[in-house]
Design a protein around this ligand. Structure first.
Ligand SMILES: Cc1ncc(C[n+]2csc(CCOP(=O)(O)OP(=O)(O)O)c2C)c(N)n1
Length: 373
Protein backbone atom coordinates (compact mmCIF):
# COMPACT_ATOMS: atom_id res chain seq x y z
CA UNK A 1 0.00 0.00 0.00
CA UNK A 2 1.19 3.48 -0.80
CA UNK A 3 1.46 5.86 2.15
CA UNK A 4 -0.44 9.10 1.41
CA UNK A 5 2.58 11.21 2.34
CA UNK A 6 4.64 9.46 -0.37
CA UNK A 7 1.96 10.29 -2.96
CA UNK A 8 1.74 13.89 -1.69
CA UNK A 9 5.51 14.42 -1.80
CA UNK A 10 5.87 12.78 -5.21
CA UNK A 11 3.15 15.04 -6.65
CA UNK A 12 4.83 18.12 -5.21
CA UNK A 13 8.17 16.98 -6.67
CA UNK A 14 6.46 16.80 -10.05
CA UNK A 15 5.44 20.44 -9.67
CA UNK A 16 1.83 20.15 -8.50
CA UNK A 17 1.06 23.55 -7.03
CA UNK A 18 -2.51 23.07 -5.79
CA UNK A 19 -4.65 20.20 -4.52
CA UNK A 20 -8.42 20.45 -4.90
CA UNK A 21 -11.36 18.11 -4.98
CA UNK A 22 -14.33 16.51 -3.32
CA UNK A 23 -13.55 13.79 -0.77
CA UNK A 24 -13.92 10.09 -1.43
CA UNK A 25 -13.78 7.12 0.93
CA UNK A 26 -11.11 5.31 -1.14
CA UNK A 27 -8.94 8.42 -1.04
CA UNK A 28 -9.72 9.35 2.55
CA UNK A 29 -6.18 8.85 3.88
CA UNK A 30 -4.83 11.13 1.13
CA UNK A 31 -7.54 13.74 1.86
CA UNK A 32 -6.70 13.54 5.57
CA UNK A 33 -2.99 13.94 4.88
CA UNK A 34 -3.71 17.02 2.76
CA UNK A 35 -5.84 18.51 5.51
CA UNK A 36 -3.09 18.09 8.08
CA UNK A 37 -0.04 18.89 5.95
CA UNK A 38 -0.85 21.06 2.94
CA UNK A 39 0.28 24.66 3.30
CA UNK A 40 -2.39 27.34 3.65
CA UNK A 41 -3.85 28.03 0.22
CA UNK A 42 -2.44 24.80 -1.20
CA UNK A 43 -5.57 22.69 -0.68
CA UNK A 44 -9.21 23.49 -1.51
CA UNK A 45 -12.17 21.23 -0.77
CA UNK A 46 -14.54 22.24 -3.56
CA UNK A 47 -18.33 22.15 -3.51
CA UNK A 48 -18.46 19.78 -6.47
CA UNK A 49 -16.06 18.07 -8.82
CA UNK A 50 -16.86 20.33 -11.80
CA UNK A 51 -15.99 23.34 -9.66
CA UNK A 52 -12.67 21.68 -8.79
CA UNK A 53 -11.81 21.22 -12.48
CA UNK A 54 -12.65 24.86 -13.19
CA UNK A 55 -10.61 25.99 -10.18
CA UNK A 56 -7.66 23.94 -11.46
CA UNK A 57 -8.06 25.59 -14.88
CA UNK A 58 -8.00 29.05 -13.32
CA UNK A 59 -4.94 28.18 -11.24
CA UNK A 60 -3.16 27.03 -14.39
CA UNK A 61 -4.09 30.28 -16.17
CA UNK A 62 -2.55 32.25 -13.32
CA UNK A 63 0.56 30.15 -12.68
CA UNK A 64 1.13 27.73 -15.54
CA UNK A 65 1.15 24.98 -12.87
CA UNK A 66 -0.79 21.75 -12.58
CA UNK A 67 -3.46 21.09 -9.96
CA UNK A 68 -4.17 17.59 -8.64
CA UNK A 69 -7.98 17.26 -8.57
CA UNK A 70 -9.18 14.33 -6.47
CA UNK A 71 -12.68 12.85 -6.53
CA UNK A 72 -14.77 9.72 -6.31
CA UNK A 73 -15.69 8.35 -9.75
CA UNK A 74 -19.35 9.22 -8.89
CA UNK A 75 -18.24 12.82 -9.36
CA UNK A 76 -17.03 12.29 -12.93
CA UNK A 77 -20.44 13.30 -14.22
CA UNK A 78 -20.03 16.71 -12.59
CA UNK A 79 -16.72 17.16 -14.44
CA UNK A 80 -17.84 16.24 -17.96
CA UNK A 81 -18.95 19.74 -18.90
CA UNK A 82 -15.72 21.58 -17.92
CA UNK A 83 -13.62 18.67 -19.23
CA UNK A 84 -15.25 18.84 -22.67
CA UNK A 85 -15.75 22.59 -22.98
CA UNK A 86 -12.92 24.13 -20.97
CA UNK A 87 -9.84 21.95 -20.48
CA UNK A 88 -10.11 19.82 -23.63
CA UNK A 89 -7.43 20.20 -26.36
CA UNK A 90 -10.19 21.25 -28.77
CA UNK A 91 -10.99 24.20 -26.51
CA UNK A 92 -8.39 25.76 -24.12
CA UNK A 93 -6.12 22.70 -23.62
CA UNK A 94 -5.39 22.86 -19.89
CA UNK A 95 -3.42 20.16 -18.07
CA UNK A 96 -4.92 18.77 -14.86
CA UNK A 97 -4.05 15.64 -12.93
CA UNK A 98 -7.26 13.88 -11.91
CA UNK A 99 -7.00 11.42 -9.01
CA UNK A 100 -10.10 9.26 -9.05
CA UNK A 101 -11.25 6.76 -6.42
CA UNK A 102 -12.57 3.75 -8.33
CA UNK A 103 -15.74 2.67 -6.54
CA UNK A 104 -17.64 -0.19 -8.15
CA UNK A 105 -14.66 -1.65 -9.99
CA UNK A 106 -15.84 -4.77 -11.81
CA UNK A 107 -15.21 -7.88 -9.70
CA UNK A 108 -15.17 -5.96 -6.42
CA UNK A 109 -18.30 -6.01 -4.29
CA UNK A 110 -19.87 -2.58 -3.90
CA UNK A 111 -23.22 -0.86 -3.45
CA UNK A 112 -25.76 -0.68 -6.32
CA UNK A 113 -25.20 3.04 -6.97
CA UNK A 114 -21.52 2.37 -7.75
CA UNK A 115 -21.84 -0.60 -10.10
CA UNK A 116 -22.64 1.16 -13.38
CA UNK A 117 -20.26 4.05 -12.77
CA UNK A 118 -17.50 1.63 -11.74
CA UNK A 119 -17.99 -0.40 -14.91
CA UNK A 120 -17.94 2.57 -17.28
CA UNK A 121 -15.23 4.66 -15.61
CA UNK A 122 -12.25 3.64 -17.81
CA UNK A 123 -14.41 3.79 -20.96
CA UNK A 124 -15.75 7.21 -19.96
CA UNK A 125 -12.20 8.52 -19.54
CA UNK A 126 -11.28 7.02 -22.92
CA UNK A 127 -14.33 8.66 -24.49
CA UNK A 128 -13.20 11.98 -23.02
CA UNK A 129 -9.69 11.38 -24.51
CA UNK A 130 -8.22 11.40 -21.02
CA UNK A 131 -5.27 8.99 -20.76
CA UNK A 132 -5.40 7.11 -17.47
CA UNK A 133 -3.21 4.91 -15.29
CA UNK A 134 -4.28 2.53 -12.53
CA UNK A 135 -2.77 2.76 -9.06
CA UNK A 136 -2.98 -0.37 -6.93
CA UNK A 137 -1.47 -1.51 -3.65
CA UNK A 138 1.68 -3.00 -5.17
CA UNK A 139 1.95 -0.44 -7.98
CA UNK A 140 5.18 1.39 -8.82
CA UNK A 141 4.19 4.96 -8.05
CA UNK A 142 7.40 6.51 -9.44
CA UNK A 143 7.01 4.85 -12.83
CA UNK A 144 3.30 5.66 -13.05
CA UNK A 145 3.76 9.30 -12.11
CA UNK A 146 6.69 9.71 -14.52
CA UNK A 147 4.43 8.45 -17.34
CA UNK A 148 1.45 10.60 -16.30
CA UNK A 149 3.47 13.79 -16.00
CA UNK A 150 5.13 13.08 -19.34
CA UNK A 151 1.61 12.81 -20.86
CA UNK A 152 0.44 15.98 -19.08
CA UNK A 153 3.42 17.87 -20.52
CA UNK A 154 3.15 16.36 -24.00
CA UNK A 155 -0.63 16.85 -24.40
CA UNK A 156 -1.08 19.89 -22.19
CA UNK A 157 -4.46 18.37 -21.27
CA UNK A 158 -5.98 16.36 -18.40
CA UNK A 159 -4.71 12.89 -17.45
CA UNK A 160 -6.03 10.61 -14.72
CA UNK A 161 -4.85 8.28 -12.00
CA UNK A 162 -7.51 5.71 -11.22
CA UNK A 163 -7.04 4.53 -7.65
CA UNK A 164 -8.13 1.01 -6.75
CA UNK A 165 -9.65 0.11 -3.40
CA UNK A 166 -6.87 -0.57 -0.90
CA UNK A 167 -4.14 1.15 -2.96
CA UNK A 168 -3.44 3.79 -0.30
CA UNK A 169 -2.28 3.11 3.25
CA UNK A 170 -4.27 4.42 6.21
CA UNK A 171 -3.78 7.80 7.79
CA UNK A 172 -6.01 9.35 10.43
CA UNK A 173 -6.52 13.09 10.51
CA UNK A 174 -5.93 15.20 13.60
CA UNK A 175 -9.11 17.14 12.86
CA UNK A 176 -11.53 18.12 15.60
CA UNK A 177 -15.32 18.39 15.76
CA UNK A 178 -16.66 21.38 13.86
CA UNK A 179 -19.54 22.05 16.26
CA UNK A 180 -19.78 21.58 19.95
CA UNK A 181 -23.17 19.94 19.39
CA UNK A 182 -24.70 17.22 21.54
CA UNK A 183 -26.67 15.33 18.87
CA UNK A 184 -25.19 12.92 16.39
CA UNK A 185 -26.89 12.62 13.01
CA UNK A 186 -28.59 9.39 14.02
CA UNK A 187 -29.98 11.00 17.21
CA UNK A 188 -31.42 13.86 15.14
CA UNK A 189 -32.89 11.44 12.59
CA UNK A 190 -34.42 9.34 15.37
CA UNK A 191 -36.18 12.44 16.74
CA UNK A 192 -37.31 13.53 13.28
CA UNK A 193 -38.83 10.12 12.53
CA UNK A 194 -40.72 10.37 15.82
CA UNK A 195 -41.95 13.89 15.06
CA UNK A 196 -42.90 13.27 11.43
CA UNK A 197 -46.44 12.21 10.59
CA UNK A 198 -46.74 8.67 9.17
CA UNK A 199 -48.16 10.17 5.97
CA UNK A 200 -45.22 12.51 5.41
CA UNK A 201 -43.05 11.75 2.42
CA UNK A 202 -39.40 11.60 3.43
CA UNK A 203 -36.53 11.86 0.98
CA UNK A 204 -33.07 11.40 2.45
CA UNK A 205 -29.62 12.33 1.19
CA UNK A 206 -26.60 10.33 0.04
CA UNK A 207 -24.29 8.58 2.47
CA UNK A 208 -24.84 7.67 6.09
CA UNK A 209 -28.10 9.66 6.42
CA UNK A 210 -29.97 7.23 4.18
CA UNK A 211 -28.26 4.23 5.80
CA UNK A 212 -29.33 5.47 9.24
CA UNK A 213 -32.91 6.20 8.14
CA UNK A 214 -33.12 2.64 6.82
CA UNK A 215 -31.80 1.14 10.07
CA UNK A 216 -34.00 3.36 12.24
CA UNK A 217 -37.11 2.18 10.36
CA UNK A 218 -36.03 -1.43 11.03
CA UNK A 219 -35.49 -0.68 14.73
CA UNK A 220 -38.82 1.11 15.01
CA UNK A 221 -40.58 -1.81 13.33
CA UNK A 222 -41.94 0.51 10.65
CA UNK A 223 -42.25 -0.15 6.93
CA UNK A 224 -39.50 1.12 4.63
CA UNK A 225 -41.31 3.93 2.87
CA UNK A 226 -38.72 6.69 2.62
CA UNK A 227 -36.92 7.49 -0.61
CA UNK A 228 -33.23 6.83 0.04
CA UNK A 229 -31.07 8.79 -2.39
CA UNK A 230 -28.14 6.39 -2.37
CA UNK A 231 -26.24 8.18 -5.18
CA UNK A 232 -26.82 11.52 -6.94
CA UNK A 233 -25.18 13.54 -4.20
CA UNK A 234 -26.62 17.04 -3.95
CA UNK A 235 -29.82 16.27 -5.83
CA UNK A 236 -32.02 15.16 -2.93
CA UNK A 237 -33.64 18.58 -2.56
CA UNK A 238 -34.54 18.65 -6.25
CA UNK A 239 -36.01 15.14 -6.02
CA UNK A 240 -37.99 16.31 -2.99
CA UNK A 241 -39.11 19.41 -4.89
CA UNK A 242 -40.44 17.21 -7.69
CA UNK A 243 -42.31 15.09 -5.14
CA UNK A 244 -43.70 18.20 -3.43
CA UNK A 245 -44.95 19.67 -6.71
CA UNK A 246 -46.41 16.36 -7.84
CA UNK A 247 -48.13 15.63 -4.54
CA UNK A 248 -49.15 18.97 -2.95
CA UNK A 249 -51.55 17.28 -0.51
CA UNK A 250 -48.74 15.58 1.40
CA UNK A 251 -45.95 17.12 3.46
CA UNK A 252 -42.52 16.42 2.01
CA UNK A 253 -39.50 16.29 4.30
CA UNK A 254 -36.11 16.52 2.64
CA UNK A 255 -33.25 15.28 4.84
CA UNK A 256 -30.15 16.95 3.43
CA UNK A 257 -26.45 17.04 4.38
CA UNK A 258 -24.29 20.16 4.34
CA UNK A 259 -21.81 18.74 1.81
CA UNK A 260 -24.70 17.67 -0.40
CA UNK A 261 -26.54 20.99 -0.07
CA UNK A 262 -23.39 22.93 -0.95
CA UNK A 263 -22.71 20.66 -3.92
CA UNK A 264 -25.82 21.92 -5.75
CA UNK A 265 -26.76 25.04 -3.80
CA UNK A 266 -28.48 26.37 -6.92
CA UNK A 267 -31.47 24.15 -6.13
CA UNK A 268 -32.40 26.39 -3.18
CA UNK A 269 -33.53 29.55 -5.00
CA UNK A 270 -35.62 27.35 -7.30
CA UNK A 271 -37.36 25.83 -4.27
CA UNK A 272 -37.70 29.30 -2.76
CA UNK A 273 -39.18 30.79 -5.90
CA UNK A 274 -41.67 27.96 -6.50
CA UNK A 275 -42.65 28.12 -2.81
CA UNK A 276 -44.11 24.63 -2.34
CA UNK A 277 -46.15 25.05 0.86
CA UNK A 278 -45.65 21.36 1.72
CA UNK A 279 -41.82 21.46 1.66
CA UNK A 280 -39.68 21.09 4.80
CA UNK A 281 -35.95 21.14 4.13
CA UNK A 282 -33.93 19.70 7.01
CA UNK A 283 -30.21 20.46 6.89
CA UNK A 284 -28.18 18.05 9.03
CA UNK A 285 -25.12 20.22 9.45
CA UNK A 286 -21.96 18.61 10.84
CA UNK A 287 -19.78 20.84 8.64
CA UNK A 288 -18.21 17.68 7.27
CA UNK A 289 -18.39 15.00 4.60
CA UNK A 290 -18.75 12.47 7.36
CA UNK A 291 -19.83 9.57 5.18
CA UNK A 292 -16.49 9.45 3.35
CA UNK A 293 -14.11 10.26 6.20
CA UNK A 294 -15.23 13.47 7.92
CA UNK A 295 -13.36 15.96 5.74
CA UNK A 296 -14.51 19.51 6.55
CA UNK A 297 -16.98 21.56 4.56
CA UNK A 298 -17.35 25.33 4.82
CA UNK A 299 -20.87 24.90 6.24
CA UNK A 300 -19.71 25.78 9.74
CA UNK A 301 -19.03 29.31 8.52
CA UNK A 302 -22.09 29.72 6.29
CA UNK A 303 -25.16 31.65 7.40
CA UNK A 304 -27.94 29.34 6.22
CA UNK A 305 -30.57 31.58 7.78
CA UNK A 306 -29.52 34.35 5.38
CA UNK A 307 -29.35 31.90 2.48
CA UNK A 308 -32.82 30.50 3.19
CA UNK A 309 -34.29 33.98 3.45
CA UNK A 310 -32.51 35.26 0.34
CA UNK A 311 -33.64 32.20 -1.64
CA UNK A 312 -37.28 32.75 -0.75
CA UNK A 313 -37.90 30.15 1.99
CA UNK A 314 -40.75 31.29 4.22
CA UNK A 315 -39.16 30.27 7.52
CA UNK A 316 -35.82 29.16 8.95
CA UNK A 317 -35.07 27.50 12.30
CA UNK A 318 -31.84 26.44 13.95
CA UNK A 319 -31.81 23.63 16.50
CA UNK A 320 -28.92 21.90 18.22
CA UNK A 321 -30.73 19.81 20.82
CA UNK A 322 -33.90 17.78 21.25
CA UNK A 323 -35.76 20.46 23.22
CA UNK A 324 -35.40 23.04 20.45
CA UNK A 325 -36.01 20.48 17.75
CA UNK A 326 -39.36 19.58 19.32
CA UNK A 327 -40.22 23.23 19.97
CA UNK A 328 -39.53 24.35 16.40
CA UNK A 329 -41.24 21.30 14.94
CA UNK A 330 -44.48 22.39 16.66
CA UNK A 331 -44.16 25.72 14.88
CA UNK A 332 -43.31 24.07 11.57
CA UNK A 333 -46.53 22.01 11.86
CA UNK A 334 -48.50 25.30 11.83
CA UNK A 335 -46.67 27.01 8.98
CA UNK A 336 -46.51 26.98 5.23
CA UNK A 337 -43.32 25.98 3.46
CA UNK A 338 -40.79 26.08 2.14
CA UNK A 339 -39.20 25.94 5.57
CA UNK A 340 -35.56 25.27 6.35
CA UNK A 341 -34.68 23.57 9.61
CA UNK A 342 -30.95 23.49 10.25
CA UNK A 343 -29.84 21.01 12.89
CA UNK A 344 -26.27 21.36 14.12
CA UNK A 345 -24.88 17.92 14.80
CA UNK A 346 -21.59 16.38 15.81
CA UNK A 347 -19.57 14.00 13.65
CA UNK A 348 -20.02 10.37 14.59
CA UNK A 349 -21.91 7.24 13.72
CA UNK A 350 -22.04 3.69 14.93
CA UNK A 351 -19.30 1.30 13.85
CA UNK A 352 -21.75 -1.38 12.80
CA UNK A 353 -23.93 0.88 10.63
CA UNK A 354 -25.43 -1.29 7.90
CA UNK A 355 -26.63 -0.54 4.40
CA UNK A 356 -30.11 -0.85 2.92
CA UNK A 357 -30.91 -4.51 2.34
CA UNK A 358 -33.63 -3.72 -0.19
CA UNK A 359 -32.70 -2.86 -3.76
CA UNK A 360 -33.11 0.72 -5.03
CA UNK A 361 -36.02 -0.43 -7.19
CA UNK A 362 -37.77 -2.05 -4.23
CA UNK A 363 -37.19 1.18 -2.31
CA UNK A 364 -38.68 3.24 -5.15
CA UNK A 365 -41.73 0.99 -5.34
CA UNK A 366 -42.35 1.18 -1.59
CA UNK A 367 -42.01 4.96 -1.65
CA UNK A 368 -44.40 5.31 -4.59
CA UNK A 369 -46.98 3.07 -2.95
CA UNK A 370 -46.75 5.17 0.21
CA UNK A 371 -47.00 8.38 -1.82
CA UNK A 372 -50.15 7.15 -3.63
CA UNK A 373 -51.96 5.93 -0.50
C1 LIG B 1 -21.00 13.46 -7.04
C2 LIG B 1 -20.47 12.77 -5.83
N1 LIG B 1 -19.32 13.19 -5.29
C3 LIG B 1 -18.83 12.56 -4.18
C4 LIG B 1 -19.49 11.50 -3.63
C5 LIG B 1 -18.94 10.78 -2.42
N2 LIG B 1 -19.71 11.09 -1.22
C6 LIG B 1 -20.72 10.31 -0.76
S1 LIG B 1 -21.42 10.88 0.63
C7 LIG B 1 -20.37 12.21 0.66
C8 LIG B 1 -20.39 13.19 1.80
C9 LIG B 1 -21.69 13.84 2.01
O1 LIG B 1 -21.52 14.86 2.96
P1 LIG B 1 -22.76 15.51 3.68
O2 LIG B 1 -23.82 15.79 2.71
O3 LIG B 1 -22.26 16.66 4.49
O4 LIG B 1 -23.30 14.36 4.63
P2 LIG B 1 -22.57 13.55 5.83
O5 LIG B 1 -21.77 12.50 5.18
O6 LIG B 1 -21.75 14.52 6.62
O7 LIG B 1 -23.72 13.02 6.61
C10 LIG B 1 -19.50 12.19 -0.43
C11 LIG B 1 -18.46 13.22 -0.70
C12 LIG B 1 -20.69 11.09 -4.25
N3 LIG B 1 -21.42 10.08 -3.78
N4 LIG B 1 -21.15 11.74 -5.34
Amino acid sequence: MIPPEILFKALKNHGVGLFAGVPDSLLKSFCAWLEDHANPGEHVIAANEGNAIALAAGYHLATGKITAVYMQNSGLGNTVNPLTSLTDPEVYRIPILMIIGWRGEPGIKDEPQHIKQGRITPALLTLLDIPHWILEAGGNLDVILAEIFAALKKNGAPAALLVRKGALADYKSRRKQSFNACLKREDALCQLLKLAHPRDLIISTTGKTSREVFELRVERGEPQRDFLTVGSMGHTSSIALGVALGNPARRVICLDGDGAMLMHLGALPIIGSLKPANFVHVLLNNSAHESVGGQPTVAGRVDFSAIAKACGYRHYYLAADVINLEKYWKQIEQEKGPIMLEIRIRIGSRDNLGRPTSTPEQNKKAFMEHAHE
